[in-house]
Write a protein that binds this ligand. Structure first.
Ligand SMILES: *[C@@H]1O[C@H](CO)[C@@H](O)[C@H](O)[C@H]1NC(C)=O
Ligand SMILES: *[C@@H]1O[C@H](CO)[C@@H](O)[C@H](O)[C@H]1NC(C)=O
Ligand SMILES: *[C@@H]1O[C@H](CO)[C@@H](O)[C@H](O)[C@H]1NC(C)=O
Ligand SMILES: *[C@@H]1O[C@H](CO)[C@@H](O)[C@H](O)[C@H]1NC(C)=O
Ligand SMILES: *[C@@H]1O[C@H](CO)[C@@H](O)[C@H](O)[C@H]1NC(C)=O
Ligand SMILES: *[C@@H]1O[C@H](CO)[C@@H](O)[C@H](O)[C@H]1NC(C)=O
Ligand SMILES: *[C@@H]1O[C@H](CO)[C@@H](O)[C@H](O)[C@H]1NC(C)=O
Ligand SMILES: *[C@@H]1O[C@H](CO)[C@@H](O)[C@H](O)[C@H]1NC(C)=O
Length: 558
């Protein structure tokens, strides 16, 4: 009886333990991925927080602005070297000013094999094209490192990259869309960056979360970008509108109802009173509002439309008046599918921007407002300085919140968004393992291990004792000599009753082996994946713990 219980314990405990560690490893593999900001502010129409990735072999680092657009965001866009020497010859420090350029013939892994006409196609702009923001690009496939070396983020071979030279987009774009790109001459859809992360189970669902950051704040606030979840510390839970359904059209999915725009000067009239549908698109810098609304802004703040540059350029006089008035703007946001509304509040400082070459010859102050017709209403990046958007492409809905700017000392609080049917990846103990829990698992595993070794020794001793007794009693055909007897057992295994007893022990070895596949994702496949998995900053503890447990458990079996 006692032995049966012990055997059961010996079989079941390591198994449970293995399952825990396995689940932790699984969940770790499918956690949200936060891409750290480059800590640079770039742009030709304001200062915007950029993000770094590396393209090609050897890696070429480029700084990009995240692109939330569903269609244009299904590809990574980079500025080609031609974007400097051809498009802006003589511009001092041009490659750096454009977030660094990409040189195709310096990457050994750049490939245009499946593409016709050398990969030259139009940029996949749909909504942006209505705003005149089009361009063409050389497409090709190349290796993409998320982040830069040492950040431990995934390396994805064979990503579609579009290199352009046009000045319509000053920096490249890190497309966030999970939708595949459909190139006309290719049968297969080409997975986007997020599509690939999802396909290879790096993230638990097809979602992203983004806020653009705020250069004007003191200290400056960088943007925040998460794949497969969101960072709860950047979201004001009291000013959150969730469960907004995507619009049916693929290209114009993130549509909100802008109900009013007001500002806080006493007695002031609202700038917008009639609700309009606005598309949120970080590929666009400015606010594209109906001309009547623009005229309200003109009257309220003494703005003058400059037809030559198609901008509301601002002289020092108007600028000082605006600074003195220092209005705070409130955008009341609703949606067709939800009842509530929220307020996104932006100070004038968020609109106090400069344009420079190539938009204007010299630098000039401007107000980021554009006159739009009915197919152009857009809330651009300037709005995303104060708003946090979480888009869930699995459920076809999104959330918009007032963005928060926690001090950099506050740790991120990443929350996974799991695709329907993939909830297990989020619920796994690894999804939110604290250091305490990890320590617990390690200690528990060590205790179990000790019990296991002790039990093993005890049983082995008992067996040997009884085997000797039995061998003597049954008068076997096997030699009684201990060494020879084990040889004989090996030869006549099925006949030997005693071996059955050892079965479970060998089963233990198999359990031990089960650790390998779990650790495997690190070791199987291309080496890089493993290293990146191991190095992921926020969960390296987990893996370290997992490894330790595994090594400890395997030790006695060798
Ligand atoms: C590509 O085509 C598929 C199916 O036809 C569609 O679901 C997807 O939205 C398209 N991708 C883009 C970026 O429009
Ligand atoms: C890449 O192409 C440019 C001109 O197109 C050429 O000057 C340069 O030498 C080439 N670099 C390499 C590594 O082939
Ligand atoms: C990943 O992509 C491959 C090739 O397109 C496809 O066969 C596979 O089903 C995808 N896997 C997942 C989990 O989506
Ligand atoms: C999408 O809808 C689900 C179910 O209604 C809801 O739980 C979730 O919060 C929504 N997601 C977003 C990003 O708004
Ligand atoms: C508006 O700005 C112009 C300069 O751009 C200035 O001459 C004019 O006095 C301003 N009007 C008011 C009402 O402040
Ligand atoms: C527009 O440009 C022309 C020529 O470049 C110049 O003469 C004119 O004053 C400009 N108008 C404005 C409003 O800047
Ligand atoms: C805009 O340019 C002016 C000088 O023309 C400069 O004083 C100001 O700091 C600039 N603003 C920003 C946000 O860079
Ligand atoms: C709005 O303007 C754009 C660009 O000029 C044009 O392509 C589009 O057809 C216009 N839409 C409407 C509804 O007038």
């Amino acid at each position: 009886m006692c032995r049966t219980v012990l055997w059961l314990a010996l079989v079941i405990f390591p198994f449970l333990c293995a399952r825990d560690v396995a689940a932790a490893a699984d969940a770790k593999r499918a956690g949200p991925i936060s891409l750290p900001p480059s800590q640079y502010f770039d742009g030709d129409d304001g200062w915007w927080s950029s993000f770094q990735i590396q393209v090609g072999t050897p890696p070429q680092t480029v700084r990009l602005f995240p692109g939330t657009s569903a269609s244009a965001g299904s590809t990574i866009w980079v500025v080609l070297a031609e974007g400097c020497w051809k498009a802006n010859p003589g511009l001092p420090n041009c490659p750096n000013v454009r977030g660094y350029t990409f040189t195709r013939n310096e990457s050994t892994t750049w490939s245009t094999q499946q593409l016709s006409s050398g990969g030259l196609y139009a940029l996949e702009t749909v909504e942006e094209a209505y705003l005149g923001l089009t361009g063409s690009a050389y497409y090709g496939f190349d290796t993409v490192n998320m982040g830069i070396a040492g950040q431990g983020l995934p390396t994805l071979p064979g990503q579609l990259v579009a290199g352009f030279a046009t000045d319509n987009y000053w920096l490249g774009s890190l497309g966030l869309s999970p939708l595949p790109l459909n190139l006309t001459n290719l049968d297969s859809h080409i997975l986007s960056l997020l599509g690939t992360l999802r396909n290879q189970s790096y993230v638990p669902g097809s979602s992203w979360a983004y806020t653009a950051g705020a250069f004007y704040r003191d200290p400056q606030a960088y943007g925040s970008l998460t794949f497969g979840g969101y960072d709860a510390t950047r979201q004001d839970s009291k000013q959150t509108l969730s469960n907004i359904a995507f619009r049916a059209e693929d290209a114009r999915d993130l549509v909100v109802q802008l109900q009013t725009i007001t500002y806080d000067t006493i007695g002031s009239a609202p700038l917008l009173t009639k609700p309009i549908h606005m598309f949120i698109d970080s590929l666009v810098s400015q606010l594209w509002l109906p001309i009547e609304v623009c005229q309200q802004f003109e009257r309220a703040f003494n703005l003058t439309w400059n037809a030559n540059s198609s901008l509301y350029l601002i002289d020092e006089h108007v600028h000082s008046a605006l600074l003195a008035q220092n209005p705070t703007f409130t955008f009341k946001i609703g949606a067709d599918t939800v009842r509530e509304t929220i307020d996104i509040v932006l100070p004038y400082a968020a609109f106090d921007l400069n344009v420079t070459w190539p938009i204007t010859n010299g630098p000039s102050r401007y107000f980021p407002l554009q006159r739009a017709n009915t197919s152009q209403y857009t809330l651009g990046r300037v709005f995303l300085q104060g708003a946090y958007v979480i888009a869930d492409y699995d459920r076809q809905n999104f959330t918009i919140s007032q963005a928060l700017f926690p001090p950099t000392s506050v740790q991120q609080k990443l929350v996974a968004i799991c695709a329907p049917g993939n909830e297990a990846a989020c619920r796994g103990p690894g999804a939110a393992l604290s250091k305490g829990a990890i320590a617990g698992i390690v200690v528990g595993a060590i205790i179990i291990l000790c019990l296991f070794i002790a039990g093993f020794i005890w049983i082995a001793r008992n067996r040997r004792k009884r085997r000797r007794q039995q061998a003597a009693a049954i008068a076997p055909s096997y030699p009684v000599d201990e060494k020879a007897s084990s040889d004989a057992r090996a030869q006549h295994a099925p006949l030997n009753v005693e071996l059955d007893g050892q079965g479970p022990t060998r089963y233990e070895m198999d359990q031990g082996n089960e650790f390998r596949p779990e650790l495997g994702p690190g070791k199987e496949g291309p080496d890089k994946y493993g290293r990146h998995e191991l190095k992921r900053a926020w969960d390296s503890h987990e893996l370290a713990a997992g490894e330790m447990v595994a090594v400890e458990l395997e030790a006695p079996l060798k």
